[in-house]
Write a protein that binds this ligand. Structure first.
Ligand code: AMP
Length: 211
């Protein structure tokens, strides 16, 4: 199964992606995670991407498309994948179409998790991440068992630099201008899910679509 998960920053894409990928045993391809890993390891991609990420702007398409091409060539993508945070521009969507055509495969489901702007800032400002294992928590709906400590690996939790309020505002603007047009691009193929429900309810709605 091949899935694209769309939605504004902070809509819960990452959390839902983890659950779906476990359920269907497919790899979770998050371009944000791949970029953060590159920044952490100090690679060339990481150093080219960092300033864009810190300001909440998009990393240039050619870097992202190259990363996706490399990731698709890995063995675990043979039986499907879930794309989280990609595509994020029309140019990326067109490059993805070309790539899929070349690989003679297609996307089975495109799901959009819908959350209005006014809720996003509130949600993201309460998000905490583990810099060791990447687990994500939220003081509103997914609190860590012990305050500021990762349930999975015991490392200290922190707020991502790009989750700070001034950066979130830019990320939202970038989303509206550059990513939201994808909803028109994919048009009838998109299935909408109400992202304002509890994590469990959102998962249930997504699983109804995928089954
Ligand atoms: P995310 O974790 O998906 O919110 O991504 C964090 C940041 O990484 C974004 O604000 C962008 O700077 C960058 N990024 C992630 N995915 C993409 C993409 N598909 N295109 C451009 N920039 C991206």
């Amino acid at each position: 199964m091949r899935v694209i998960l769309l939605g504004p920053p902070g809509c819960g894409k990452g959390t839902q992606a983890e659950i779906i990928c476990k359920n269907f045993e497919i790899p979770h391809i998050s371009t944000g995670d791949i970029l953060r890993d590159n920044v952490k390891r100090g690679t060339e991609i990481g150093s080219r991407a960092k300033s864009f990420m810190d300001s909440g702007s998009l990393v240039p398409d050619e870097i992202i498309i190259g990363m996706i091409k490399d990731r698709f060539s890995e063995d675990d993508c043979k039986n499907g994948f879930l794309l989280d945070g990609f595509p994020r521009t029309i140019a990326q969507a067109e490059a993805l179409d070309k790539l899929l055509k070349k690989m003679k495969i297609h996307i089975d489901y495109i799901i959009n998790i819908d959350v209005p702007d006014e809720n996003i800032i509130n949600r993201i400002s309460k998000r905490l991440s583990c810099s060791n294992c990447g687990d994500v928590y939220n003081l509103m709906f997914k609190k860590p068992k012990k305050e500021m400590v990762c349930d999975s690996c015991g490392f200290k939790l922190h707020q991502r630099d790009d989750d700070k309020e001034e950066v979130i505002r830019n990320r939202l603007e970038v989303y509206r201008k550059q990513t939201a047009p994808l909803i028109q691009y994919y048009n009838k193929k998109i299935m909408n899910v109400d992202g304002q429900q509890s994590i469990n309810e959102v998962t249930k709605d997504i699983l109804k679509i995928l089954k």
